[in-house]
Design a protein around this ligand. Structure first.
Ligand SMILES: [Zn+2]
Length: 182
């Protein structure tokens, strides 16, 4: 996939934005073809050199950029020549989605298998055991704790899980459990 196609994808834009943050986004959003130095990028994008370096390093840590060092024969200075490796983005995104799926499955199971009580005054939620320990009275304000339905939350989580599983072509829980090793 060409870089331009990748960068027009809102999911990928969001992913890059979460990685490098707003200050690094001009760097992440404008990957040059071929090699480039941090100074060239800073000048071209009118950014602070430190912001460019920070963004490049984050991309490097996430396997989205690599560099090689070259010594300038006249000055003896080391120059870092950077290459953007955005062909790794789809794979990284898939790993992210598996992580999200795993976390959401745990959360959904927790919500589905626990009973909750609510202090409507403080909007604090307690698990059944906690609520019982407090005699079903809010420890903050003394209001009675009311049993709380979380069916809608669980339903929303289930729909999101189905969407994620569709996107990842995962059908049953067995496939997902194997992903812990990722
Ligand atoms: Zn309260």
């Amino acid at each position: 996939m060409a870089f331009e196609d990748l960068l027009n994808d809102p999911v990928i834009q969001k992913y890059l934005h979460e990685l490098v943050g707003p200050t690094g986004m001009p760097v992440a959003a404008a990957p040059p073809d071929g090699e480039v130095t941090d100074e060239e990028l800073a000048e071209e994008l009118d950014l602070e050199l430190n912001d460019v370096r920070r963004a490049l390093f984050i991309l490097y840590e996430n396997d989205l950029a690599s560099y090689r060092r070259v010594r300038d024969e006249d000055s003896g200075w080391l120059t870092y020549l950077w290459t953007f490796e955005y062909e790794n983005i789809p794979e990284n995104l898939e790993e992210e989605m598996y992580r999200l799926l795993d976390a959401l499955q745990r959360r959904e199971e927790y919500e589905r298998t626990h009973e909750f009580y609510l202090c409507e005054v403080d909007s604090i939620r307690f698990e059944f055991g906690e609520a019982m320990d407090f005699g079903f009275e809010c420890p903050e304000c003394g209001s009675p704790l009311e049993a709380m339905e979380n069916n809608r939350l669980v339903g929303a989580m289930e729909r999101r899980l189905e969407e994620l599983q569709d996107e990842l072509n995962v059908d049953d829980a067995d496939d997902v459990d194997g992903v812990d090793a990722v």
